[in-house]
Write a protein that binds this ligand. Structure first.
Ligand SMILES: C[S@@+](CC[C@H](N)C(=O)[O-])C[C@H]1O[C@@H](n2cnc3c(N)ncnc32)[C@H](O)[C@@H]1O
Length: 277
């Protein structure tokens, strides 16, 4: 389990998201601020439109395969991995669909070691993790392979997002970014109704906690946090033109490709892939 004596010390630079992590921590849903982030991600991922699409991981396998081939590697370094995101399923689906080998290392600036050990164990040791903090804007050169980000790029302000892309270009690494939140009307509408999902799903969440029922039905802080986190994430998601504007400011010889991948139900995954030429 990640030790966190003071959750305030662990907050990421993104204050909005940090505040949400703190609320989750205070609600007792998590034992540390990093866990709190994971709880939020898991709840939001389960319930809101933004998280659900990345569970349909098959759609992105061809893009991932192409990015790995162009980067001439079969290694992935997943940045901002949180509780491992889609990898437990995606790693399996990638190998089934392509027959190609794949080695994945999960990393995070605030590594949730408990969640990462869980992922390693439930993937029969195929998902590895890096136990030391890894900043997505300054990845150690020893971590080779294609860099991936799932549902995390919207946390980076434009200057930080550019720094993240520039770091990949400077170190000659490919980078593949996928965001499952959808800024268009349907995505926003789906997030608006996410609190209803919380109301229906809360009795099913284990382990059972009286405090969770209290903060869901009597003082509905948890539905509010899920709603707020969902709306903020959706509104901060970079659109394809915004992604293109970001890469215009990146120096180097990377080849960039930005797009929106329809994955059914009228929802898109936005992606940005950069590979060395
Ligand atoms: C939305 S969460 C996890 C998303 C996860 N990939 C998924 O699909 O569920 C974003 C993660 O980014 C991490 N993070 C925030 N700033 C970071 C940075 N500069 N470098 C690396 N990780 C960072 C947080 O600790 C958090 O775990």
């Amino acid at each position: 389990m990640t030790q966190s004596p003071d959750p305030l010390l662990q907050l990421p630079p993104d204050c909005l998201h940090g505040a949400l992590r703190l609320i989750s921590y205070m609600l007792g849903e998590a034992r540390s601020a990093t866990d709190a982030d994971d709880v939020l991600t898991r709840m939001a991922g389960l319930i809101r439109a933004g998280g659900v699409p990345l569970d349909r991981a098959t759609s992105i396998v061809p893009l991932l395969h192409g990015a790995l081939e162009r980067s001439q590697t079969d290694e992935v370094v997943d940045l901002c991995a949180g509780g491992s995101g889609p990898w437990l399923r995606l790693e399996q689906e990638y190998r089934d669909a392509t027959g190609a080998p794949l080695s994945v290392t999960l990393t995070d600036r605030y590594p949730n070691l408990e969640a990462m050990r869980f992922a390693r164990q439930h993937s029969d040791d195929r998902l590895a993790f890096h136990p030391e903090p890894v900043d997505a804007m300054d990845v150690p050169p020893s971590l080779g392979g294609l860099r991936t980000l799932f549902n995390a790029f919207h946390h980076f302000r434009p200057d930080q997002a550019r720094a993240l892309l520039q770091d990949a270009a400077d170190k000659g690494r490919g980078v593949a970014i996928f965001d499952g939140t959808d800024k268009r009307l349907l995505g926003v509408l789906m997030v608006m109704f996410a609190p209803l999902g919380v109301l229906f799903l809360t009795p099913l969440i284990r382990p059972f906690k009286l405090s969770r029922l209290f903060f869901t039905y009597l003082l509905p802080l948890i539905p509010f946090v899920v709603w707020f986190d969902g709306i903020v994430s959706v509104l901060r998601t970079y659109s394809v033109p915004e992604l293109e504007a970001l890469v215009a400011g990146v120096q180097g010889d990377h080849q960039w490709q930005a797009g929106a991948l329809p994955i059914g139900g009228g929802v898109n995954i936005t992606y940005l892939i950069g590979t060395p030429r």
